[in-house]
Design a protein around this ligand. Structure first.
Ligand code: FMN
Length: 315
């Protein structure tokens, strides 16, 4: 039998991605060189490092650590400031969709950043990071405060008319995801990206009997291999509860083509890769693309839509 021609392009409303695979915010996407490398790569889109109004140096190093079961980080949002990212985009002619990640330290700062971003024709969409500690001071994650989340989105959509995606924290109960979806379904959101790092983990070095990163006495956000089941569960439930017009970008624990296939089966339209991209470098996008295409060929699927969200229960 002839093999079907496999196509891994996708659309998020009117945004077209030639490949469903892209980097996650914070993974090698901060400097001009890093962004240029991403532009030249086979990723389907680029997500920038989450930016603030002023450039930030971030936390004291060591602030990132990797081992075989994943990564821990407490970066403290080191970034070059929104003007750097908007200038970079202005200088570059590219067909590739650009998602500008923003992560203001207050609701007011986020509104200001969104207004600035909406003036640029080069920003395809903003990915608003609602899952970063420090956003409201006192280590609060806005995605965990449903009242503030609802208020914040009402404020934003009074003036923001361009494509908007939300980077969500991981949720651990179905009722929380249902309630967040009820809020999000009221707004013209393009996509959600789930999940951000799982907050408040600790890695221990048993040889030195110490933590492995310096900030916050070793506590940090967990990414990589060990968070995949939580990412899949969040995608699965958001796929169930969100309006179908809101796309899901899966993120968490992707290291190979099978992981991507699983994210899409749970309901993701596209995926982002963080920890594994940091560890492997820019060639990862060619490898993942090849692996995903090979899986689809073996299963005789010709597009992402053939199996998106079709995860089966055991009967
Ligand atoms: C070093 C590092 C920096 C990160 N910085 C950001 C960031 O600036 N904004 C953001 O939304 N997520 C950030 N993240 C979270 C990732 O985008 C991603 O959600 C998380 O790492 C899970 O994906 P992974 O399992 O592929 O690593 C960062 C993650 C790491 C490891």
């Amino acid at each position: 039998m002839d093999k079907k021609k496999v196509n891994i392009s996708i659309s998020i409303k009117d945004i077209k991605l030639s490949s469903c695979i892209m980097n996650a915010s914070g993974a090698i996407c901060t400097t001009e060189k890093e962004l240029n490398d991403l532009l030249k790569s086979s990723s389907g889109a680029i997500v920038t490092k989450s930016c603030t109004f002023f450039p930030r140096k971030g936390n004291v190093k060591p602030r990132y650590f990797y081992c075989e079961y994943g990564s821990i980080n407490s970066m403290g949002l080191p970034n070059l400031g929104i003007d750097f990212y908007l200038d970079f985009l202005e200088k570059n002619k590219t067909e590739k969709p650009i998602f500008l990640s923003i992560s203001g330290l207050s609701i007011e700062e986020n509104c200001f950043l969104l207004k600035k971003a909406s003036l640029s024709s080069k920003v395809t969409a903003v990915e608003l990071n609602l899952s970063c500690p420090n956003i409201l001071g006192e280590e609060e994650i806005i995605g965990y405060d449903f009242y503030k989340l609802s208020y914040f989105l009402k404020e934003i959509f009074k003036f923001y008319k361009k494509p908007l995606g939300l980077k969500l924290p991981p949720y651990f109960k179905e009722i929380h995801i249902k309630n967040v979806a009820i809020i999000l379904n009221q707004f013209p959101i393009y996509f959600v990206t789930c999940i951000n790092s799982i907050p408040n983990g600790i890695f221990v070095n048993s040889t030195t009997e110490s933590v492995v990163i310096y900030p916050k006495k070793g506590f940090g956000g967990i990414g990589g291999l060990s968070i995949k089941p939580f990412a899949l569960a969040n995608i699965r439930l958001f796929h169930l509860y969100l309006r179908k017009e809101i796309s899901i970008i899966g993120c968490g624990g992707i290291t190979n083509g099978v992981d991507i296939f699983e994210h899409i089966l749970c309901g993701a339209s596209a995926v982002q890769v963080g920890t594994q991209f940091i560890e492997e470098g820019i060639s990862i996008f060619d490898r993942l693309k090849k692996e995903l295409i090979s899986i689809l060929e073996k299963k005789n699927y010709s597009s992402i839509d053939n199996f998106k969200g079709n995860l089966k229960d055991l009967v």
